[in-house]
Write a protein that binds this ligand. Structure first.
Ligand SMILES: Nc1ncnc2c1ncn2[C@@H]1O[C@H](COP(=O)(O)OP(=O)(O)OP(=O)(O)O)[C@@H](O)[C@H]1O
Ligand SMILES: [Mg+2]
Length: 445
């Protein structure tokens, strides 16, 4: 029997009042595959461990099939966990490992039929008589999955189960996990910091930042209508281009967004979403352009809704079937610092600060964690001429994806067309204002 898992206003405080999970509410339907996605330290494993009963819930409610479950011990929850560092018993064969929890749970019952059925499902029959030291990493992970599946749990809780494997095997096992969990119809909560993995596996994805839920939706909806700049920047490869701009909305002229030396002229008649930008007149905003919103083409070939800018080629990144071209358009790029470092130690906001009483109260309440996304400028004079990128970033302010047959070299000035139907605009706090926030992602699908 598979289960509905609900978290209502769930928080976790370890010590010193630090909330690592902050008032999280989630309803996971029976049989659903939900992915918890976020950068390191955002509380993903903690949430999973609270669902499993391995970690106490500080406040809020966990409900399993509608019944209050905060106090249930792990064995009463009948959930199976698969970890990144799966541990098989080295002195037992594959058969012994898969059968072990069955022997513990049902002493006196022969575990063989269930072990065999599970092995058949996973295609690992020929591994059953081998010891872990005689198995490759991927084979070991399959046996670990077998151990979880054989118990017929009511839910799978998977914590980055594939991150120790090489890319090819990871892709392969990803497909297997999708197939298997759908076939079994068992509710699955899957933790990862890899957005590509989240997008390919999840029925829905919950994006977390600093213990706070940022957005919950289908992979398609979080990509197409990210609620804020953090989600926009976290999801999608190559990463969305984020440029600082200023809205110019003169009463007697066309509305534009200036991007440093160039500007985007919004096509008339203004769409409803673009009309709503008028209130931002004179304000600095963040423009988000995914690579598919920009193409290399002359102004004469512009389609309705496309506007022309130019870019100076800074770097060409060969990907095989396509290339990523890094342009300098003379605008000021913005980056989300917490997404730059691969594994930041702790969110900046946890440092004790000399702020106002209000600020400290908000901090204690965890409010700031869901607050504005800090955005950095590229070091330089703001003219876009400075070629020094933030550490680890390639030069240029705009990445465009194209076919590898175009001969592009550093220093070439290239015409670009921006499709304004794919324009994202975020306000100074990082909240999306175009498309208008009222266009709820799930309704738009
Ligand atoms: N037992 C603990 N005591 C105190 N703090 C803890 C404890 N366990 C985790 N934390 C802190 O809670 C925060 C969330 O940790 P968690 O392991 O849930 O993150 P995560 O999202 O799973 O990260 P990763 O992707 O690196 O696994 C981190 O800042 C971590 O340092
Ligand atoms: Mg973790």
């Amino acid at each position: 029997m598979t289960r509905a898992i609900s978290l209502h206003d769930v928080s976790k405080v370890y010590s010193k009042g630090v909330r690592v999970v902050d008032r999280l509410s989630l309803d996971i339907a029976p049989g659903e595959f939900l992915v918890l996605l976020g950068p390191s330290g955002c509380g993903k494993s903690t949430i999973l461990r609270m669902i499993a009963g391995l970690e106490e819930i500080t406040s809020g409610e966990l409900r399993l099939d509608g019944a209050y479950a905060n106090g249930l011990v792990p064995s009463q929850r009948n959930m199976a966990m698969v970890f990144q560092n799966f541990a098989l018993y080295p002195n037992m064969t594959g058969r012994g490992n898969i059968g072990f929890p069955l022997r513990v749970e049902n002493p006196g019952e022969d575990p063989r039929p269930r072990v065999d059925a599970t092995a058949r499902m996973l295609g690992i029959e020929d591994l059953l008589d081998r010891f872990p030291s005689q198995l490759s990493g991927g084979e070991r992970q399959r046996v670990a999955m077998g151990r979880a599946i054989a118990r017929h749990p009511s839910a799978f809780l998977m914590d980055e189960p594939l991150s120790n494997l090489d890319a090819k095997l990871r892709n392969h096992l990803r497909a297997e996990i999708t197939h298997l969990t759908r076939e079994l119809g068992v509710t699955t909560v899957y933790v990862t910091h890899d957005q590509a993995e989240a997008m390919s596996l999840g029925d829905r994805v919950a994006v977390l930042r600093g213990g706070v839920l940022q957005q919950l939706g289908t992979p398609r909806s979080v990509y197409a209508l990210p609620r804020n700049l953090f989600v926009a920047a976290f999801i999608g490869i190559p990463r969305i281009n984020l440029l600082r701009g200023v809205v110019r909305a003169p009463l007697d002229g066309a509305m534009t967004i200036s991007l440093g030396k160039q500007f985007l002229r919004l096509p008339e008649p203004l769409s409803l979403d673009h009309q709503l930008l008028r209130v931002q007149q004179g304000r600095e905003i963040f423009v988000g352009l995914r690579s598919e919103a920009v193409r290399i083409a002359k102004p004469a070939s512009a389609r309705p809704g496309e506007v022309a800018i130019t870019g100076l080629v800074e770097h060409v990144e060969f990907q095989g079937h396509e290339i990523f071209v890094h342009f300098n358009t003379g605008s000021r790029p913005a980056v989300v610092p917490e997404l730059e470092a691969p594994r930041p130690a702790r969110p900046v906001r946890r440092r004790r600060r000399e702020g106002s009483v209000l600020e400290r109260l908000r901090e204690r309440a965890g409010a700031l964690r869901a607050g504005p996304v800090a955005v950095l400028e590229r070091p330089g004079d703001g003219s876009g001429a400075d070629p020094v990128p933030p550490e680890g970033r390639l030069p240029g302010d705009l990445v465009v994806r194209t076919t590898p047959d175009i001969d592009l070299r550093r220093g070439m000035q290239v015409p670009l067309l921006v499709d304004l139907a794919h324009l994202f605009v975020f306000d100074q706090h990082g909240e999306r204002i175009c498309p208008a926030p009222a266009r709820l992602p799930d309704l738009a699908e």
